[in-house]
Design a protein around this ligand. Structure first.
Ligand SMILES: [Zn+2]
Length: 97
């Protein structure tokens, strides 16, 4: 199965990650603990839904694994807003009963 393991022409592209993936995890972990989200379901389904929704609402940021990362306050704000939006949606209608 060519290409199915993130390999192209023998080069592994697995380390090419969307920068937002890590940032969403980092920020989501903090945001979800806030007072305003107490009572929020913290199960795996809801966490995946929030994670996916937030990422889908952000422009992709694929970067070389060797690229030096600089913290960008503006991007962090953008990501935080996407996470809050996603939490609202999942809280209102979780994908399970
Ligand atoms: Zn849940």
């Amino acid at each position: 199965m060519k290409g199915s393991d993130y390999t192209v022409k023998g080069y592994s592209l697995k380390e090419m990650r969307n920068e937002n993936e890590k940032s969403v995890c980092r920020l989501m972990d903090k945001i979800i603990d806030r007072e305003e989200y107490s009572g929020m379901c913290l199960c795996g389904v809801c966490m995946e839904d929030i994670y996916g929704l937030a990422l889908n609402n952000l422009p992709p940021r694929y970067k070389h694994s060797r690229t030096i990362k600089l913290k960008d306050k503006k991007i962090d704000m953008e990501i935080e807003n996407a996470i809050k939006e996603a939490i609202k949606i999942v809280k209102r209608s979780p994908n399970h009963s």
